[in-house]
Design a protein around this ligand. Structure first.
Ligand code: NI
Length: 173
């Protein structure tokens, strides 16, 4: 198990459509373990493989907010949204690839998602609340989409400029 560096926006690897995972191999299992450890360490509630520079359709998440409650680490291989509610919900989103940047984003309030588990078996679940927001945000990453893409061009450019400065400062440090 190893922590992996998280790519920061802007980075072309965050903008590519990720390829399906052909088979759940031990290597995919190790990637998922590393991603969960990286996500908990950050800390964050979700992480998609492109964020650690791997262009494969895999994401991890755990949206249990209560620190007293047991963790619920989830690994979704080749996830797909099978259904989305007409009802929408606004949530203030952030992203580990855009530290300290937040924006209110509106998305379907509930989604039904199908994926392959680490055991290679198909799985399906309906998500609501933070889980629904998170799974949609992470699937967006697999399509090269970031939450700032839902904002006005002006606001997106403002955030991108802030991120470019952050990356320059970090490179100098
Ligand atoms: Ni993100």
């Amino acid at each position: 198990m190893a922590l992996r560096p998280i790519l920061l926006h802007p980075d072309p690897r965050l903008r590519r459509r990720a390829e399906p995972v052909a088979a759940v191999t031990p290597e995919i299992g190790r990637l998922a373990e590393d991603m969960l450890a990286t996500m908990y360490d950050a800390p964050g509630v979700g992480l998609a493989a492109p964020q650690v520079g791997v262009g494969r359709r895999l994401l991890v998440m755990d949206c249990v907010k209560n620190p007293e409650a047991p963790r619920r680490p989830m690994v979704l291989v080749n996830p797909e949204i099978a259904w989305a509610s007409d009802e929408r919900r606004t949530y203030e989103e952030g992203c580990l690839s855009l530290p300290d940047q937040y924006a209110e984003i509106e998305r379907p309030a509930r989604v039904r998602v199908r994926w392959t588990g680490l055991d290679g078996r198909p799985a399906e679940e309906e998500f609501d609340g933070l889980w629904a927001t998170c799974v949609q945000h992470e699937i967006d990453h697999l399509d090269g989409r970031l939450f700032i893409d839902y904002l006005s061009a002006l606001r997106r450019q403002l955030i991108t400029r802030r991120m470019e400065k952050l990356k320059r400062d970090r490179a100098r440090a």
